[in-house]
Ligand binder design. Structure first.
Ligand code: URA
Length: 440
């Protein structure tokens, strides 16, 4: 194989065979194919795309480029869940324990936040003592004992994605559907679960801003999942406005706990119940309606919360923070952001809210940045709500006073207060399964 020939072919819209994809990924991971040739290939894929079979081949080759996790040491059906990322997205902390409390095994590897989006690992690490870097053996033991463990990606998993993502990041080739789909699904396939429920976000705070692109990404990922022999489905959910009210790590854990007590914000609760019912359905717990009822009951009677506390304890964390979230340290500096006119919240720039939260110290701009777990934002007015001049829109929390001015301006700019009615937004726009796309 000559990499030059493959680039030339892809540049003109040709296909790459499975054997060629194998050699290309192997050669790139081993350092035989230089970054400049892979960059040219990524740009060719960006413009010419890949067909379904090619994307599946690329994904499987990427997944096999490092360790593949064998979850057979965990009894029962293992179902993973993945969100394409957003602002205020604490669904894993709710639906993982909820599904586990109903007998699904959740052996989950999650990521850290970067840029305007948060990451589950950072949220979990805001719980004192909790360790997200446990050995493989301990990971299996915790899942067998409590039904769920959530850890960081360990060892040498999918090195091809680490190298490719770093290159995409600096060559303006991140926003390509086959490249995003193969990047996400290679990690999910290597993580070993029997089933994968995908939460594909759409809107201003999501990777995919348009519904059309979100559906296309969901279709591509579901085709890969089923092509790889896994049960796989996707829900397309809204990320045009932040999910729930809390943005920032310990603030989001508190909101997840409230949701597991049945007292969470309506939008977060509904998205969690729908995603959870798909996890249960995938594990054979009944039809979708009865799975929804099971999830709702486990929320109402506190089984999900008990499972979260058990997981936190098993991972070395102090579970009293789950039982009494008032124990989380409060940021010493607080700023209220108020409406500067009467009207209605006609838009919230979700990425802007995420950036404001990161400016307060809750997120990182570079991988090395240190997170302030107590920093963040609580939104008091959401999309469509009426406001009067002087009403509280949001409260900002920070550990350094000088961070408040810039962040509060950013948050103020993220709110649009206008006149007249707003269009109702759906929480879940549709679902994609192996049988096709169904829009709601
Ligand atoms: N998340 C990933 O893991 N990869 C992408 O390409 C985009 C989002």
């Amino acid at each position: 194989m000559r990499m030059y020939d493959l680039i030339e072919r892809k540049k003109h819209g040709g296909r790459l065979s499975r054997g060629e994809l194998h050699d290309m990924i192997r050669g790139f991971v081993d350092g035989e194919i230089p970054d400049y040739q892979m960059s040219a290939m990524l740009m060719a894929i960006y413009f010419q795309g890949m067909d379904e079979e090619e994307t599946l081949g690329l994904t499987l080759e990427m997944a096999a480029s490092g360790d593949m996790v064998d979850l057979s040491g965990i009894e029962g059906i293992k179902v993973d869940k993945h969100s394409t990322g957003g602002v205020g997205d604490k669904t894993t902390l709710v639906i993982g324990p909820l599904a586990a409390s109903l007998g699904v095994k959740v052996a989950k590897m999650s990521g850290k936040g970067l840029g305007h989006t948060g990451g589950t690992i950072d949220k979990l690490e805001s719980i004192p003592g909790l360790c997200t870097a446990v050995s493989r053996q301990r990971f299996f033991e915790i899942v067998n004992e409590t039904g769920i463990a959530v850890i960081g990606q360990s060892g040498n998993m999918v090195p091809a994605d680490k190298k490719l993502y770093a290159l995409r990041d600096v060559t303006a080739t991140v926003d390509s559907i086959p490249l995003i789909a193969s990047s996400i699904m290679s990690k999910k396939i290597a993580a070993g679960s029997d089933g994968i429920v995908l939460d594909v976000k759409t809107g201003s705070g999501a990777f995919m801003k348009s519904l059309e692109d979100s559906v296309a990404l969901a279709k591509e990922m579901v085709a890969i999942g089923t092509g790889a022999g896994r049960r796989c489905c996707a829900l397309i959910t809204d990320m045009d406005v932040p999910l729930g009210s809390a943005i920032g790590n310990s603030l989001e854990v508190r909101e997840a706990v409230e949701t597991l007590k049945g007292r969470g914000p309506g939008d977060l609760t509904e998205v969690c119940l729908q995603l959870c019912s798909h996890m249960l359905y995938m594990a054979g717990k009944g039809d979708l309606d009865s799975c929804y009822a099971l999830a709702r009951d486990a929320m109402a009677d506190g089984r999900g919360l008990k499972t979260l506390a058990a997981m936190v304890k098993a991972q070395g964390g102090d579970e009293t923070y789950i039982l009494d979230p008032d124990r989380f340290p409060k940021a010493p500096y607080v700023r209220e952001v108020k409406a500067d006119r009467d009207g209605r919240v006609t838009h919230i720039d979700t990425a802007g809210c995420g950036i404001a939260s990161a400016m307060l110290g809750a997120g990182r701009q570079k991988k090395e940045d240190v997170i302030d777990y107590s920093a963040g934002i609580c939104l008091h007015k959401k999309y469509g709500e009426e406001v009067r001049k002087g009403d509280l829109l949001a409260v900002l929390y920070a550990s350094r006073e000088e961070l408040l001015d810039g962040a509060s301006q950013k948050l103020m700019d993220a709110y649009t207060i206008g006149d007249g009615d707003v269009e109702a937004k759906k929480l879940v726009y549709g679902q994609v399964t192996g049988d096709g796309v169904e829009m709601f």
